[in-house]
Design a protein around this ligand. Structure first.
Ligand SMILES: Nc1ncnc2c1ncn2[C@@H]1O[C@H](COP(=O)(O)OP(=O)(O)O)[C@@H](O)[C@H]1O
Ligand SMILES: [Mg+2]
Length: 484
């Protein structure tokens, strides 16, 4: 079968789910990526600045120990020795009062300095770092104590432009942002495609459900979703439901046509009989003077009209029986099961009592061979219906030469009705539980309608039991019900 595409109902909602999922995934992904990006940029910046700091602190410490050991550092300072790029940096030697002793820039010697790094180093005797912006450029300031006989007597100060490092960090941030945006776009697009794979079958399933709602049972059975996830399971369930609905629908149609057919035969017979009566009524007697009682019609007409009326009555009885059986069959589905423990031998006895006179008419003996003490959990009324139907059949299809018998027997988990009647032809055995099925209409006479065994089967199924039959033509039949 081709996959069903019932998408018309879904126009507005077509890909809502996949959009929603893609947007949700996209937002979650963007958030996650943004957090990772910020963390990366932070770690990168910290590591770059630390590297720079280590380098200059090292330089500071060398200059400081030279000063401590009274090595002339004037030249070093004057040339900005050790600074990567002289223009980018400046080295100062400042005494404890803040007066600049030496300046690699040759500008500040003799002036007073009070910047925070200097103050911190003087007060606590430890190195300090500060970051600034100067001329729109990033700048770092390092200070380092010069300790002579346990006293901080001077401070080495280095200031450098670190805009290169900031530019580097900005480039790095830009690159990871670009990568993140690209990956996000790819992820959102991919998730849209994947989500459509998810939402498309749901759309198809919804379409099929809508079709079922409209009465098109084929739709559900035709949804084709080959997946092994929850959606696949759902599609499978819908498929099964569809086939079941189809089966029920077909059964309903067949049932209606069977009922109509069953009613058609007696109705046609009644109509023919009534028409004959009407036609006969017009035929006045032959001499035209009426009969000896002064009636207008012949005795012949009266005779056959009585016969016809009896036939009509008989047909009406048949129809009545049919309707009663049908009502009984339909009521089965509505009545709640009132299960109770029942003693089988007592129930069999009850059935035999009810059908004894019917059996006597055909000189058939009824025997109760049930073991005493076998209990069945069943609805009493329905169990009687089963037993009466089975025994009634055995009587109806039994021999009437005086040798006929019907035996009811039971064991711990089954009971059976056995007869030595005409038996059932093998080709019919599979169908006898179907509604309206009769093996041979002539052999059940006018009394059968083929609903009895159908009712038996439904009752047994409602109880969760199993019924089966074995039979040999001309020898007899045995119907067995198994119960747990
Ligand atoms: N004990 C039996 N012996 C022989 N044939 C039977 C027996 N029980 C049922 N059948 C066959 O199965 C058919 C269906 O039975 P049932 O549904 O009770 O219909 P009905 O009794 O109205 O004919 C009967 O028409 C009959 O041919
Ligand atoms: Mg019957």
């Amino acid at each position: 079968m081709k996959p069903v595409k019932y998408l018309e109902h879904m126009k507005g909602t077509k890909h809502k789910l996949s959009y929603k999922l893609a947007v949700t995934y996209g937002l979650i992904f963007i958030l996650a990526v943004a957090i990772v990006d910020v963390a990366l940029a932070y770690v990168y910046q910290a590591s770059q600045l630390k590297k720079n700091e280590n380098y200059y602190m090292n330089l500071c410490s060398i200059l400081s120990s030279m000063a401590e050991n009274s090595i002339k550092i004037t030249n070093y300072i004057a040339t900005g020795e050790g600074l990567a790029d002289q223009k980018n940096g400046r080295v100062l030697l400042v005494d404890a009062s803040g007066r600049v002793l030496l300046d690699s820039g040759n500008e500040l010697a003799g002036t007073h300095l009070t910047n925070p790094e200097f103050r911190k180093t003087i007060q606590h005797g430890e190195p300090a770092v500060g970051y600034y912006t100067h001329d729109n450029k990033g700048m770092a300031m390092f200070s380092y104590p010069v300790t002579i006989s346990g006293r901080v007597s001077a401070v080495v100060l280095i200031s450098v432009y670190i805009q290169d490092i900031y530019n580097d960090i900005n480039r790095f941030t830009l690159v990871i942002a670009a990568i993140s945006i690209t990956v996000t776009v790819i992820v959102v697009a991919a998730s849209f495609i994947v989500d459509r794979r998810l939402s498309d079958p749901i759309t198809r399933l919804t379409g099929a459900v809508n079709e079922i709602y409209k009465g098109n049972m084929e739709a559900a059975a035709a949804v084709e979703v080959k997946r092994d996830d929850e959606i696949g399971v759902l599609a499978g369930a819908l498929n099964k439901m569809g086939s079941e609905l189809k089966r029920i629908e077909a059964g309903r149609k067949r049932f209606i046509s069977d009922v109509s057919h069953e009613l058609k035969t007696p109705l046609a017979a009644i109509k023919a009989l009534v028409e004959a009566l009407i036609a006969g009524e017009g035929e006045e007697d032959s001499d035209g003077n009426g009969d000896k009682h002064g009636n207008r019609y012949d005795d012949g007409y009266k005779e056959y009209s009585m016969e016809y009326l009896q036939d009509i009555n008989h047909e009406i009885d048949r129809m009545n029986n049919l309707v009663i059986s049908l009502l009984a069959a339909t009521r089965l589905e509505e009545m709640p099961l009132k299960k109770e423990p029942l003693v089988l031998s007592e129930e069999a006895e009850h059935t035999i009592k009810a059908l004894r006179s019917l059996a006597a008419q055909k000189r058939i003996t009824l025997q109760n061979n049930c073991e005493s003490g076998v209990i069945i959990h069943a609805d009493r009324h329905m169990l009687q219906e089963v037993l009466v139907n089975l025994v009634d059949n055995s009587i109806k299809y039994g021999v009437d030469d005086g040798s006929g018998y019907v035996k009811i027997g039971c064991s711990k988990s089954s009971f059976w009705v056995e007869d030595n009647g005409c038996g059932i032809p093998p080709e019919d055995i599979d169908s006898i539980f179907d509604c309206f099925y009769r093996v041979d209409k002539s052999r059940s006479g006018e009394s059968g309608n083929g609903i009895g065994l159908y009712i038996v089967k439904r009752i047994i199924e409602l109880h969760g039991f199993k019924v089966s039959v074995s039979s040999e033509l001309g020898k007899g039949s045995m119907f067995t019900v198994e119960f747990p």
